[in-house]
Design a protein around this ligand. Sequence first.
Ligand SMILES: Cc1cc2nc3c(=O)[nH]c(=O)nc-3n(C[C@H](O)[C@H](O)[C@H](O)COP(=O)(O)O)c2cc1C
Length: 297
Amino acid sequence: MTHDAQALRVAFGRFMTGVTIVTSRRDDGAPIGFTANSFTSVSLDPPLLLVCPGQHLSSYPDFQTTNHFAVSILAEGQEDVSNRFASSKADRFGPGGWSSGHADMPLIDGRAAGFVCEVFERVPAGDHTVLIGRVVDFDANNAPGLGYGPDGYFALGQERRAEAPAAKHTRACVLLDDGQHIYLTAHGDLPSVQIGPDASPLQGIEAHLATQHIKADLGVVYALYDQDDGGREIVFRGHVATAPAGLTQAPIATATAADPALDALLKRFAQEHKTQAFGLYVGSNRAGDVLRADTRG
Ligand SMILES: Cc1cc2nc3c(=O)[nH]c(=O)nc-3n(C[C@H](O)[C@H](O)[C@H](O)COP(=O)(O)O)c2cc1C
């Protein structure tokens, strides 16, 4: 067994999770917290959960001594909260955005669920501690939870809406790359196909590529946006091992397109490809948001 920590981190990162904010208070009452995806529900009777604070955390000593902590499960749309609590530079507990719950524990506003715990047991485990809490108060609502996986954040609710049959005309597109190049049609566009009202965009683009004899591993949705004419574009990512016949090759770093929305998408891809941290664009061809991951601590 090799001990390549970076490779192991990538392998662990294949496990998809939700995202939580783990909070507590220092002895002087100041709120502390960090982003964690190590959350696991453990037991119903007694009610137990666990999170794993790492020794790298500035708040690690406080989590070693505190009697209580809280866990807020983030909802879709709270990527900024996750990034704030994962970045050492950010002001995590500015005004608004959180409130005190049971035992004065800080809880994040807009969460999908929240738990306040008494510390049940601390198990030292390598460079982390398994912090087991007994739930003394909790809440939950119907907000879909924010997801986290190898490609960064994901929002299943939004992706499901993307997969829902289109009301108007939907065009499924694919951004094909081989690790060094992207592949456009002769017209400088992404390979694409119109999707019928009851059809799945993913199956539609798969079938389209098959008719072109293009073998691609299709990945996650990369962009989802509405055009001026009311049509919807869904862009999947796809990986090809060899250059597909009939398409034009362009280096990832310098690829451009005449269409401004596609040009912006190619530039974002060039940037994100450097760090392999890919976001999901949701909006229109003019404005929208990129749901993006921060680097893991
Ligand atoms: C999605 C995500 C999940 C994380 N999960 C954990 C975790 O389970 N345990 C941990 O110690 N750090 C985790 N981190 C890293 C910490 O959030 C980050 O190192 C921390 O906020 C740094 O805090 P500090 O500036 O107070 O040291 C995670 C980061 C991200 C983005």
